[in-house]
Design a protein around this ligand. Structure first.
Ligand code: NAD
Ligand code: LMR
Length: 387
C-alpha cells in the first residue's frame, strides 16, 4: 500500500517535472520549517528580470557559501534556500555550540535534500576565537551570509543592538579576512547602517577591499514590492521599487516614482505607503511580541541577494539594491542604491536616478539620520582593528 502510494508519488513527480520543463518556468515546492511553526512555501522561478534573480538558477557555479548564525531564526531557512541554489556546491552552517540547534544538526537535516550541495556544520565555543576556529568552515568561501547577532525586542531600535552586534560581526569578519578575504561578506545583522561602515573600514585598515562588505537591505524592496502589488492588484513579480538610503526608520527610502505600477498611486497616498515600508520591520517585531523579528521574509530576501551575488560570480551580472561603500551621494561613504554584482562581487554602484518632489524632500531627511549612523560605524572602526 505504502509502496503503491510512493510509486504514485514518483509518477506524479515525473509528470510534474516534464510539464514544468516544457513550460520552462517551474514552481518548486519547498517545505520550510523554522522555529516553533512549520510553513510551506512555493517559490516561483519567474523572477528572471534583470533586477530580480531567480530562485532556482541554471546550474552554472560550484560555489562555497557559509551562513554564520546558521542555526538561528533567519539562519536555518536561509541555509535551506541557499542549499537549493544550483550555484552552491558546498554550504557551511556555522553557529555557536550554545545555539538552539547544533549546526551539525541543521547540516545533517539539509544534507538529505535532493540537491547537489554538500552541507557541513561548524560550532564554536564562546571561549574560542572565530579567527582560530573557522579555518575549514570559511576556507575557499565565495559568499558569507551573516545573520549572526541579536534581534530586536518591542520598544528597541536597531541602533540599540549596535554594541553587542558590532562585536559579533567583527569576530566573523576577522575570520573572513584571514580565511576567505576575496569572499563577498553579506551582513544581515543589525544595525546595518552602522555595522557595515564599521566592518568595511576595518577591512580597509587591514588592506582588504571594503567593497567585499555588503549590507543586506533587500527586505525593504521585497516589502515595497508586496505593498504596491496589493494596491495595484498586480503580482509582486511585476513590481520593482528601488529602496535607497539605509535600513532603519526614515533612512529607508522607497522610490515609488521609479516603478510603473507604483507611479500610478495617487500622490496623496504615498506618505502613508512610505511609512508602511519604513515601519514594516517594527510591525513584525511587535507582532512576534518579544520572540524575535522578521526571520522567514528575511531569509527569502537574504537568499535573493545571495543568489544575485552568486549569479554575478558565475558570469551573469545581476542587480539588486544593497548598502555598500559608495560615492553616489556626496559626503555619504556608505549608501543603499542599485548595485550590479559581477564576477568579482560589487561591479557597479548605480546612481539614484530621478526623484519626485516628495522623494527629494525625504532624501534630505534620510541623509540627516544616516549620517549619524554611519559615523557610529566609522568611530567603531577607528577604535578597533582586525587581528
Ligand atoms: P536569532 O537569535 O534567531 O539567530 C541569531 C543566531 O546568531 C543564533 O543562532 C545565535 O546563536 C547566533 N550567534 C550569536 N552570536 C554569535 C557569534 N558570536 N557567532 C556566531 N553565531 C552567533 O536572530 P535572527 O532573528 O536570526 O536575527 C539575526 C540578526 O539579523 C539580528 O541582528 C536582526 O536584527 C537581523 N535582521 C536583519 C534584517 C535586515 O533586513 N538586514 C532583517 C531581519 C533581521
Ligand atoms: C527588519 O526590517 O525586519 C529587520 O531590520 C529586523 C528589525 O529589527 O526590524
Amino acid at each position: 500500500m505504502y509502496r503503491r502510494a510512493f510509486r504514485g508519488f514518483q509518477q506524479a513527480r515525473a509528470v510534474a517535472t516534464r510539464v514544468t520543463q516544457e513550460r520552462r518556468a517551474p514552481l518548486a515546492p519547498l517545505a520550510l520549517v523554522a522555529g516553533a511553526g512549520a510553513s510551506a512555501l512555493w517559490l516561483s522561478q519567474e523572477r528572471q528580470k534583470a533586477s530580480h534573480c531567480g530562485f532556482f538558477s541554471p546550474s552554472k557555479g560550484n560555489f562555497k557559501v557559509c551562513v554564520c548564525g546558521g542555526s538561528g531564526g533567519i539562519g536555518q531557512p536561509l541555509s535551506l534556500l541557499m542549499a537549493l541554489d544550483d550555484n552552491v556546491g558546498e554550504l557551511s552552517v556555522y553557529d555557536l555550540n550554545i545555539a538552539m540547534v547544533p549546526p551539525a544538526g541543521v547540516a545533517a537535516d539539509l544534507g538529505h535534500l535532493e540537491s547537489k550541495v554538500q552541507v557541513r556544520g561548524y560550532a564554536k565555543g564562546l571561549e574560542e576565537k572565530a579567527v582560530d576556529a573557522l579555518g575549514d568552515c570559511l576556507q575557499g568561501c565565495d559568499l558569507v551570509l551573516v545573520p549572526a547577532g541579536m534581534p530586536r525586542k518591542p520598544g528597541q531600535t536597531r541602533d540599540d543592538l549596535f554594541k553587542i552586534n558590532a562585536n559579533i560581526a567583527k569576530e566573523v569578519v576577522e575570520a573572513c579576512a584571514k580565511y576567505c578575504p576575496n569572499a563577498v561578506v553579506a551582513l544581515i545583522v543589525n544595525p546595518v547602517n552602522s555595522v557595515v561602515p564599521a566592518m568595511a573600514e576595518l577591512y580597509k585598515k587591514k588592506g582588504l577591499d571594503p567593497k567585499k562588505i555588503v549590507g543586506v537591505t533587500t527586505l525593504d524592496g521585497v516589502r515595497a514590492n508586496k505593498f504596491v502589488a496589493e494596491i495595484a492588484k498586480e503580482h509582486p513579480n511585476n513590481v520593482n521599487v528601488p529602496v535607497i538610503g539605509g535600513h532603519a526608520g526614515v533612512t529607508i527610502l522607497p522610490l515609488f516614482s521609479q516603478d510603473k505600477h507604483a507611479a500610478k498611486i495617487p500622490q496623496a497616498e504615498i506618505p502613508a505607503l512610505d511609512k508602511h515600508v519604513q515601519d514594516a520591520g517594527t510591525d513584525v517585531v511587535n507582532a512576534k511580541n518579544g520572540k524575535g523579528s522578521a526571520t522567514l521574509s528575511m531569509a527569502y530576501a537574504g537568499a535573493r541577494l545571495g543568489k544575485a551575488v552568486l549569479a554575478g560570480l558565475a558570469g551573469t551580472p545581476t542587480t539588486e539594491c544593497a548598502y555598500v561603500a559608495s560615492d553616489v551621494e556626496k559626503d555619504f561613504p556608505y549608501f543603499t542604491s542599485k548595485v550590479t554584482f559581477g564576477k568579482t562581487g560589487v561591479e557597479k554602484v548605480h546612481g539614484i536616478g530621478s526623484l519626485s518632489p516628495y522623494e527629494a524632500k525625504r532624501l534630505e531627511e534620510a541623509k540627516a539620520a544616516l549620517k549619524k549612523e554611519i559615523q557610529s560605524g566609522l568611530d567603531y572602526a577607528a577604535a578597533n582593528s582586525l587581528a
